[in-house]
Design a protein around this ligand. Structure first.
Ligand code: PEP
Ligand code: MG
Length: 592
């Protein structure tokens, strides 16, 4: 009998095929000590292994750059940085000299210590970097233990679905997309480096499957659905039929996509909608253009800091911002300043361990405390304004003072750029993400200081309902249609309109067909969604009338429960939107 498991959809596409269970890992390291005379020889061996590993990683990096591009190649930077990090190098040498450990044992110990320190955080961004650490540790240890280099462990044979506990960036880039049909992994998230690479390589992948690598075995069949994040083990005839339907749907969808990209985002009764893209890395800008984005509604900039051991330079930031801006001539590109803390930690900031990181030192709070990080970013964004309609967006703002302070910083930086003759466009807009109930309730005050609002429903829902957005146990309580959320969105939209500033929504809610219907009904006519969702959302927008959306929104605002809100929306949408095609879930019984 078939079983299935839902995980995280990390790379689009769908695949059916035989399973190959991939087992790899850090090799066992014997506890070996050396004599006093051998100590310096071991130090020497360690440095030789380090030099060798550096060379190999750079080779893999160059190959990645050729095949996939420079951004993907940078994924290997953290490993190179770690290889030269004093904590790693000095710590290992000290263990060899003081404890007379073999180079392999000393390096292993040191890396395990660092790993243990990082594991103490529950932060997914830091946990993702553990994967880089393991990749590096495995490579160096293989050299020191004189084992063959870990390479393409996926073996020869017929094309297969790789099922594994976890992957590393270097194992992933060495996969041949012709032979690897899909990936199902127990660990990993969308931001894991291997997952980013799988997306670039267009290998369908599902992560966070917990224990499939322990239940699956070679030769069994599997289905990976990277659109909805599902893995089916031992599919039966019914699953196969669904697979073929979905595969066909997917292919048709790909074809339709090019068609939809050319169409306007406009409702049946002629209301135009500014449909923009959420972009996490600059390389996604081109994909967003191909998917028909009318600009970028949220450019997350954390990719510049997470996994780095030093602060990003102004020039590097400027080039990244400019790249995205130039992809969208005459369109808005909303750049969000660093949203660090919460679930995103850079290594160099030495963030304190916090009891409640989402209620802690996060986003604008970090930036205003660490001006040496914030000022270069503001300057880089200002410089990017010379190349298009760049707008600056501040995350997690609660208070007017925060906006006022940023305006002061901006005018200081503008002054300096002017003095130095560096071009920028002074008419840019400054706005905020409305993502706390404080900001929503105080929207009228904030509107006096902002040029636009963008409602960040991902956080607004979590802070309103006191439901951690990353806690899967609470997923059923994380409801965008809770009346308290709907009313706040309504209130923010009303205030923005009265103040004459644009209001948009850039949280996931805008990518939900019912969500988009509701938001339009609340007269929010600018939406920003993850770029893969653009065609779907555009299709939704084109399928209903604004009048109907408004009527449903009015009824939803009077509803007493989330279920009632959903009911109003379902009724309002009626047959206009094929919801089944969007939710895309396999209709299978729950696994035993
Ligand atoms: C949000 O909170 O809705 C948002 C768009 O920002 P992020 O998901 O990056 O927190
Ligand atoms: Mg947010």
């Amino acid at each position: 009998m078939s079983t299935f498991r839902d995980g995280l959809a990390v790379s689009e596409g769908i695949a059916l095929g035989p399973i190959r269970v991939l087992r790899w890992g850090v090799p066992d390291v014997p506890h070996e000590t050396v004599s006093a005379e051998e100590v310096e020889g071991e130090v020497e061996r360690f440095h030789e292994a380090r030099t060798w590993a550096g060379r190999r990683i750079r080779e893999i990096q160059e190959g990645t750059e050729e095949r996939l591009g420079s951004l993907e190649a940078r994924i290997f930077d953290p490993q190179l940085l770690m290889l030269d990090d004093a904590e790693v190098v000095d710590g290992t040498v000290r263990y060899i000299r003081e404890n007379r450990l073999s180079a392999a044992r000393a390096f292993h110990w040191r890396m395990l210590e660092l790993q243990a320190r990082w594991i103490r955080t529950s932060n997914p961004m830091v946990l993702d970097r553990l994967n880089d650490l393991e990749d590096l540790m495995t490579r160096v240890l293989h050299r020191l233990l004189e084992m063959p280099e870990p390479g393409d462990l996926t073996g020869g044979g017929e094309p297969a679905i790789v099922v594994t506990d976890n992957l590393t960036p270097s194992l992933t880039v060495q996969m041949d997309p012709e032979r690897i049909l899909g990936i199902a992994a127990d660990q990993g998230t969308r931001t894991s480096h291997w997952a980013i690479l799988a997306r670039s390589m267009e290998i369908p992948a599902v992560a966070g499957l917990v224990d499939v690598s322990r239940t699956a075995s070679d030769g069994q069949e599997g289905i990976v659905d990277g659109r909805v994040g599902r893995f089916v083990l031992d599919p039966d005839d019914r699953d196969r039929t669904i697979f073929h339907q979905r595969k066909q749907q997917f292919q048709e969808w790909e074809e339709e996509l090019a068609e939809i990209a050319r169409l306007d985002a406009v409702t049946q009764d002629g209301q135009p909608v500014a449909l923009r893209a959420n972009v996490d890395i600059p390389a996604e800008a081109q994909r967003a253009v191909q998917h028909g984005a009318e600009g970028v509604g949220l450019f997350r900039t954390e990719f510049l800091v997470v996994g780095r051991s030093s602060m990003p330079q102004e020039e590097e930031q400027y080039l990244a911002y400019r790249q995205v801006t130039e992809a969208f001539p005459n369109r808005a590109v909303v750049i969000r300043t660093f949203d660090l803390g919460g679930d995103k930690f850079p290594m160099f900031l030495h963030m304190p361990a916090e009891e409640n990181p989402f209620l802690g030192w996060r986003a604008i709070r970090v930036c205003l405390d660490r001006l040496e990080l914030f000022r270069p970013q503001l300057r880089a964004i200002l410089r990017a304004t010379a190349h298009g309609d760049v707008r600056i967006m501040l995350p997690l703002v609660n208070d007017v003072e925060e906006v006022v302070k940023v305006r002061e910083l901006l005018s200081e930086e503008e002054e300096d750029l002017r003095r130095k003759g560096i071009p920028f466009h002074s008419g840019y807009k400054l706005g905020i993400l409305v993502e706390t109930p404080a900001a929503a309730l105080d929207a009228a005050e904030l509107a006096r200081h902002c040029d636009f609002f963008s409602i960040g429903t991902n956080d607004l829902i979590q802070y309103t309902l006191a439901v951690d957005r990353t806690n899967s146990r609470l997923a059923h309580l994380y409801n965008p249609f809770h009346p308290s959320v709907v009313r706040q969105i309504h209130q923010v939209a009303r205030v923005a309109r009265a103040a004459g500033i644009e209001v948009s929504v850039c949280g996931e809610m805008a990518a939900n067909p019912l969500g988009a219907f509701l938001l339009l009904g609340l007269d929010i006519t600018a939406l920003s969604v993850a770029w893969p969702s653009l065609p779907e959302v555009k299709k939704v927008i084109r399928s209903f009338r604004m009048e109907d959306a408004r009527a449903s929104a009015r009824r939803a605002l009077a509803a007493a429960t989330a279920a009632e809100v959903t009911e109003c929306l379902l009724e309002g949408v009626g047959d206009a939107v094929d919801l089944g095609a969007f939710s895309g879930r396999w209709s299978l019984p729950a696994s035993p």
